[in-house]
Design a protein. Structure first.
Length: 94
């Protein structure tokens, strides 16, 4: 059997994108008016369950309205998409 394409899920295995994710979370929190910032170690606990879970966990310190939740989610996806791979490293280099 011949394959035309090969797909790799590099995030978290080959690439360490946590710094970019935490940066997008913190920028989104600040823009939403929250006085909260996650560090690298705290950020590790937020990832692994997909974007929706990440948003839920990122906002777990507060009780956001639906409007606040959606605003944070939109900003996070915007900032992560913009800065994706800016600080990411091959995970075996760290």
């Amino acid at each position: 059997m011949k394959y035309k394409d090969l797909i790799f899920d590099t995030d978290g295995t080959i690439l360490d994108s946590l710094q970019d994710i935490v940066s997008a979370i913190n920028r989104s929190l600040k823009e939403c008016g929250y006085d909260k910032e996650y560090n690298y170690e705290e950020g590790k606990k937020l990832i692994g369950g997909g974007a929706s879970t990440l948003v839920d966990l990122s906002l777990s310190f507060t009780n956001p309205s639906e409007e606040q939740y959606k605003k944070f989610q939109k900003l996070f996806l915007k900032y992560y998409q913009k800065k994706k791979l800016k600080n990411s490293l091959l995970s075996f280099i760290r």
